[in-house]
Design a protein around this ligand. Sequence first.
Ligand code: ADP
Length: 325
Amino acid sequence: MSGIRPTGFLHLGNYFGAIQNYVKMQDEFECYFMVADLHSLTTHPDTSELKTNVYRVLAENIACGLDPDKVALYCQSHVYETAELYLYLNMLAYIGELEKTVTFKDKVRLHPENINAGLLTYPVLQTADIILHRASYVPVGKDQEQHLEMARNFSNRFNFRYGEIFPEPHAFNYNQVLVKVPSLDGSGKMSKSENQLATLFLADEDDLIRKKVMKAKTDNGPTENNSDKPDYIENIFGLMRLVSSEDVIAKFEHDYNHCVIRYGDMKKQLAEDMVSFISPIRNKVNDILNDEAYLKRVMQQGAEKARKSAKATMELVREAMGLHY
Ligand code: ADP
C-alpha cells in the first residue's frame, strides 16, 4: 500500500522513490495505491485545483505503467473508513512523539502561518491508510522512513491493547535501500511543492529539461586522481545512474577519476538521457488526461476494491475494540 499527494506534478523522485516499485509489485502482491487528497489538505487548504491534480496524479501513475485492473488505484477521500480508523488511532498517538516528527518540524518552519492539528497527526492518518488494508509492504522514498517507524509503533500499540489485528508495516524498495533523488541544485530532495526549478517533472517539456539540467551546479573539476566527489557532483552522477546507460556512466567515472572530466559534456549527455526517459511518459499522460470518463471509471473501480478491504478490516477493529453493542 502506498500513496502520493495531489499537490502538483509528479517528478523523478516520486518515480524512482515510489512508482517504479509500485509497477513491479503489481505482478507479485495484492496492491492498494491511492491519491492522497486528504493528506494534501494539511498543507494545501485551497481546493480549487484539487480535482485537476487528482486526475493528473492518476494519469501519471497509469502512464508510468500501473494497471488499474491489477491493483486498486483509488482516491483516499472515497474510502470513508479511513476517517474512522484515523480517529481511533489518534487516541493511541502521543503529542510528544508527533511534535518530534522531522517532516512536522520542517513544515512548521516553512509555513508558520498554518500549523494545524491535521499536520501534527499526518503520520496517524498515514498509518490508517496503510493498516486499513492490513498491509505489510509500503513502497516509499527515504523521506518516509520515520513515518513508517511511527506506523509500526501505532499499529503495535493497537495490537497490544486490543488484540493482534495488524501485521507490521515496513518501507519497501526492490533495491533494498530506500531512494532519495536529490534536487538539481544539490540542496535537499526533488519535491512537488518546494524547489521547483531544481526538480525534474514528468510533465516538463524537452527544452525545459535541458535548461534545468544545464543549470546544475558544477566546478572546475578535480585536481587529484581518484578524489572524493563533492555532494553536488555526486548528485549529478546519481541522476545519471537513474537514466543513462552503463557505458556512459563508466566513461564519466573514468574521466572524473583521471581529472579530464568536462562537466558541460556530462550535463549535455544527462539532459538528452533525461529527455529520452521523460518525454514518452509525458506524452502518455497527456493522452490519458484527454479521457476523463476513463479516469472516473478507474477511480470508481479502485474505490470499490479499496472499500471492500477497508470494511473487512473495520469489522475486525470494532470487534477487537469492543465497539459492538
Ligand atoms: P512530494 O514530497 O514531492 O510532495 P509525496 O509526499 O506525495 O511527494 O510523496 C510521494 C512518494 O514519493 C513518497 O513515497 C515519497 O517517499 C516519494 N518521494 C518524494 N520525493 C522523493 C525524492 N526526492 N526521492 C525519492 N522519493 C521521493
